[in-house]
Design a protein around this ligand. Structure first.
Ligand SMILES: Nc1nc2c(c(=O)[nH]1)N[C@H]1C(S)=C(S)[C@@H](COP(=O)(O)O)O[C@H]1N2
Ligand SMILES: [Mo]
Length: 334
């Protein structure tokens, strides 16, 4: 094998775990239902993944059952749980869809600290147990539309973002809300390697205008399908903003800060001409490299299922949120 110009994140061959051990690990994940058919294709991934899994137990993350107020019955067809938890975007655990489920199983979510600070009268610090007990938990069935033009329907469990904001008592100066994901390269291999982490500068950060954050649809999720979140979906707590592209729905949050000024956001910093601050789902404004007019709904069907559907303005939530953008040019403010 030709190794040219070895970067610090490249590994040497003797660090690569032996193929048999690797296959055994995949068999374990497969038995647990974590690996779909695509995972049986030969892996193009690098030794780093083997290395990361090395010396760790093969046990998968344990989700706990939750008590919550169930959602009204819905006519929407849910995306099967097996797909919700195995087809993920979570670049801290690799930029490919099947990497988070493989690389996040050892992620430690307890203890956890979520701090709400900034332009508030009352700073708040929540520990792991408080995430599940401070507010009444309810179920919300939301569509999630990724900017890459695929979508899912997911039964989340959690509480409205506005509840935690109200508890902190924002000052009159608070105009924006900034969110930050955990920074821990020892646990998140994508933060330790540019190649795995897709070139993102970590920690992953996101933001909303305060009126967007106070809209009742904006949700902090601590669970899905009746249980606590698995790590690949953003355990122990993540944002869900269903009328915006999926990248706004930041995972594994440790900080929420109320601010006077608009905060930087990860994808906007990386490619400002492709990803804006608002990122409202909008079929009329195409991504520079692809159309946003339709999407592939991920269902129980296979690869060739007929599941191409029209994308709706604000992902179909216009009635609840369109007023937030009255008078704004949504082509300019993409
Ligand atoms: N910290 C962090 N949050 C993130 C991401 C990420 O890479 N890192 N990916 C985003 C993108 S692009 C999408 S589409 C959703 C995917 O959520 P899911 O894997 O639970 O479906 O998470 C979002 N939140
Ligand atoms: Mo996404």
């Amino acid at each position: 094998m030709l190794i040219k110009n070895k970067a610090s994140y490249d590994i040497s061959e003797n660090q690569v775990t032996d193929e048999a051990v690797y296959q055994q690990r995949r068999a374990v994940l497969k038995k647990l239902g974590f690996l779909g058919a695509s995972a049986l294709l030969p892996m193009q991934s690098n030794g780093q993944i083997f290395d990361f899994l090395d010396n760790k137990s093969q046990e998968s993350f344990k989700q706990q059952p939750l008590t919550f107020k169930q959602a009204q019955p819905s006519s929407q067809i849910l995306t099967p749980e097996s797909k919700v938890i195995s087809h993920n975007n979570f670049y801290e655990f690799g930029s490919k869809k099947d990497q988070p489920v493989e690389l996040a199983q050892q992620f430690k979510v307890n203890p956890w600290t979520l701090k709400i600070s900034g332009e508030v009268e009352q700073e708040i610090t929540l520990d792991y147990d408080m995430l599940f007990s401070k507010f009444t938990l309810e179920e919300r069935i939301y569509r999630l539309r990724c900017v890459e033009a695929w979508s899912m329907v997911i039964p989340w469990i959690g509480f409205e973002l506005q509840k935690i904001i109200a508890l902190a008592k924002p000052t009159s100066q608070a105009k924006y809300v900034a969110f930050e994901t955990l920074y821990d390269p020892e646990q998140m291999p994508g933060q330790a390697s540019r190649r795995l982490g897709g070139g993102i500068k970590y920690p992953y950060v996101e933001g909303l205008r305060i009126d967007e954050a106070n809209n009742p649809l904006a949700f902090l999720s601590v669970g899905l399908y009746g249980k606590t979140l698995p790590p690949q979906n953003g355990a122990p707590i993540r944002l869900v903003v269903p009328w915006k592209y999926g990248f706004k729905s930041i995972k594994s949050i440790v900080g929420i800060r109320l601010l006077k000024n608009k905060p930087p956001t990860t994808w906007n910093k990386l490619a400002p001409n492709e990803y804006g601050f608002y990122a409202n789902v909008n079929p009329e404004v195409d991504h520079p490299r692809w159309s946003q007019a339709s999407e592939r709904r991920i269902t129980s069907g296979g690869l060739f299922a007929r599941n191409r559907i029209e994308t709706l303005p604000f992902n179909g939530y216009g009635e609840q949120v369109a007023d937030l953008y009255k008078g704004m040019n949504l082509r300019k403010n993409y």
